[in-house]
Write a protein that binds this ligand. Structure first.
Ligand code: 5GP
Length: 198
């Protein structure tokens, strides 16, 4: 893979309902250089989701074929569905853009094994578990059963915070965004500096 070393890859992971999607959209809107990686999934689309924009929605058979053909950088089973990041999409996008990955801890672990990827790993958590459940309910995108599953997964998800470079507590979305901006801009400055001295 030819990787423009001045482009960076940011992984943003969090338990469901912590505000990751809102932050990913803010990054996308604020930085022309960033593209959000569009994953493949076997999950059914929600009413507000568009195929090819939010996800590439595919069948289990199609997903298994992509696994067998070695097409993924990473893939994981989450809440009974499969999610994965195609190598081809990442390798093409990184030539021109920075990439933001909205993936879970399992995917982050797998991506970390590719030492040629310039990854900055951010884990977003909430200080308030009660608030988390309210957000999942308010979001109105999941069935009751699904909300329970996602809420229970919180404990498992937060066990993996050590695999990340930065932990951010989302108490206020704007403060959180400012912290992410600082991280992004520091790393961009660093890679540009190292390029100029090479
Ligand atoms: P949702 O079903 O709410 O869209 O996503 C559920 C979880 O799957 C989220 O934590 C999200 O970050 C994660 N996810 C989305 N795409 C991928 C992917 O390509 N790989 C992995 N490992 N996780 C993903």
């Amino acid at each position: 893979m030819i990787h423009d070393r001045s482009n960076i890859m940011v992984v943003l992971s969090s338990p469901s309902g912590v505000g990751k999607t809102t932050l990913a959209k803010k990054i996308d809107q604020n930085y022309q250089s960033f593209k959000i990686s569009v994953s493949h999934t076997t999950r059914s689309p929600r009413s507000n989701e568009v195929n090819g924009v939010d996800y590439h929605f595919i069948t289990q058979t199609e997903f298994k074929k992509l696994i067998n053909d070695g097409k993924f950088y990473e893939h994981a089973k989450i809440f009974e569905n499969f999610y994965g990041t195609l190598k081809k999409n990442v390798d093409e996008t990184i030539k021109e853009n920075d990439i933001l990955f909205d993936i879970d801890w399992q995917g982050t672990k797998q991506l970390s094994k590719f030492k040629n990827l310039n990854l900055i790993k951010i884990f977003l958590i909430t200080a308030n578990k009660k608030e988390l459940k309210n957000r999942l309910i308010k979001r109105n995108q999941n069935t009751k059963e699904d909300i329970e599953k996602r809420f229970k997964a919180f404990e498992e998800d937060i066990k993996h915070w050590k695999d990340y470079d930065y932990i951010i507590i989302n108490e206020d979305i704007d403060a959180c965004f400012n912290q992410i901006k600082n991280i992004i801009e520091t790393h961009k400055r660093e890679v540009i500096f190292f390029q100029t001295i090479q």
